[in-house]
Design a protein around this ligand. Structure first.
Ligand code: GLV
Ligand code: MN
Ligand code: MN
Length: 439
């Protein structure tokens, strides 16, 4: 607990040149936030649903970016774009040191909801708007960012923009990444006009807070409003290509087949059984599967599929990777097939900063909300920012635990609660007497 939050149980103090307590009284405007979410969701809207498709660096992503940048301009923010297309808007503070930053992403999966990522960015705009409208100047600058290609659904790895932002991958390497449609990151950034020149790796913020929907069932099931996120589980993504002998489906005896489709199916089954055997929080998914030539009466020539496995425990995650590799090798060999694997993403589990986690928890309590400390099952830009500055996240409940689906939904009252927690956490971090970050 830092001095900025006061001692447990006491009212928080905000020693500023501004009127005492003025920052503590600020609240977001939920109607405006919901309108912002709707306006952004109208871009790439999936007909007949509430969801949207804005895969990274597509025309739809560009249109979404343009909308958010226009809102940043309206707020009079100092806007910068870097070489991987991350956009940061900064509101000046009393000092010109590193900002207290919030943010997330506005790219979506192809069948995305309107909250995933978008909420953290648009709530960041909302935070800055209410501070400005109140005529207040925080001690430290405030920043809101949207990071490129958090989803990784078009260009792997996920969290690509924030990874480059913190120096986890050289820009040159990121610009050469090829997407699932053959497009190249650098060429697409140039095409949509978001190949900026702000330096990379970027200077570390003072602290980082990301508001996000939980995307899982825990908060709803337990009737809790706010998740104080204490970390993100490790993520391992790979693409597997199995090559066999394409042949006639009617004439080729079963014992003479070299069938990559069978190997892929066996692997999908194994990934599921392995996750069940290792137990929660181990999860495993084969999310993309392509057979070639993909015809009813042809034993496939090749199968390409992805494996996504995650765990909060690095040792168990490594064990799962090893077990899968052994199964793949023996199954392919027994079928007379060859195998190639390509790592798409590999991130170790991340633990957030205790002081920021505490701040999220105590702020939620001060605002009268139930709160639970919990890890995140999904990947987030915050896990990259945690490499360079004190970081934590705020979760709000997801109806039925549904996400990466147009049906994703969080109620207005939960959105409001989450955004107000983020607002107040940012105000505490931006206060002169907060000492948790590096100036
Ligand atoms: C990103 O959304 C991920 O966790 O896959
Ligand atoms: Mn997200
Ligand atoms: Mn997502």
């Amino acid at each position: 607990m830092t001095s900025a939050t006061g001692s447990p149980g006491s009212a928080p103090s905000y020693p500023h040149s501004s009127p005492t307590g003025a920052f503590a009284d600020l609240r977001i405007d939920i109607d405006r936030l919901i309108q912002r979410l709707a306006d952004l969701a109208a871009i790439g809207a999936i007909e007949g649903t509430e969801g949207c498709a804005r895969l990274a660096l597509t025309d739809e992503d560009k249109a979404g970016r343009d909308l958010v940048v226009a809102a940043m301009e309206e707020l009079g923010l100092n806007i910068t774009t870097d070489g991987i297309g991350n956009v940061v808007g900064v509101m000046a503070g009393e000092t010109d040191g590193p900002p207290v930053m919030c943010g997330s992403h506005i790219d979506t999966v192809r069948t995305g909801g309107r909250y995933d990522g978008n909420l953290g960015v648009l709530a960041g705009l909302e935070v800055i708007e209410v501070v400005k409208a109140a005529g207040l100047t925080p001690h430290r600058p405030l920043a809101v960012a949207f990071f490129t290609d958090e989803e990784g659904a078009r260009f792997a790895p996920d969290m690509l923009g924030s990874l480059v932002y913190v120096g986890g991958m050289p820009l040159e390497e990121a610009l050469e990444i090829e997407g699932i449609d053959g497009a190249i990151v650098g060429a697409e950034l140039e095409r949509i006009g978001y190949d900026g020149s702000s330096p990379l790796p970027a200077a570390a913020p003072y602290a980082f807070v990301e508001l996000h929907v939980e995307q899982g069932p825990v908060l709803e099931a337990e009737g809790i409003t706010i998740g104080a996120v204490d970390g993100v589980q490790g993520i391992s993504w790979q693409e597997v290509t199995v090559t066999g002998q394409s042949n006639h489906a009617g004439t080729t005896p079963m014992n003479l087949r070299k069938d990559p489709g069978f190997v892929a199916a066996a692997c999908a089954n194994f990934v599921r059984q392995l996750a069940l055997e290792l137990g929660a929080p181990q999860v495993g998914t084969v999310g993309r599967l392509e057979l070639h030539p993909n015809l009813v009466n042809v034993v496939p020539a090749s199968a390409t599929f992805t494996v996504d496995i995650r765990n909060t425990d690095e040792a168990i995650l490594k064990q799962a990777e090893q077990r899968f590799a052994e199964f793949l090798a023996t199954t392919a060999e027994a079928e007379g097939c060859t195998v190639e694997t390509k790592e798409l993403a590999r991130f170790e589990p991340v633990i957030f900063d205790d002081r920021v986690i505490d701040m999220v928890r105590s702020t939620a309590e001060e605002l009268g909300h139930s709160v639970k400390q919990m890890p995140s099952g999904a990947g987030h830009d915050a896990q990259m920012l945690a490499r360079v500055c004190p970081t934590a996240m705020v979760f709000t409940p997801s109806r039925d635990g549904i996400s990466h689906n147009p049906a994703e939904y969080t109620s207005p009252s939960d959105l409001e609660a989450g955004a107000n927690v983020m607002l107040q956490v940012m105000m505490k971090l931006a206060a002169a007497d907060c000492q948790i970050g590096a100036e």
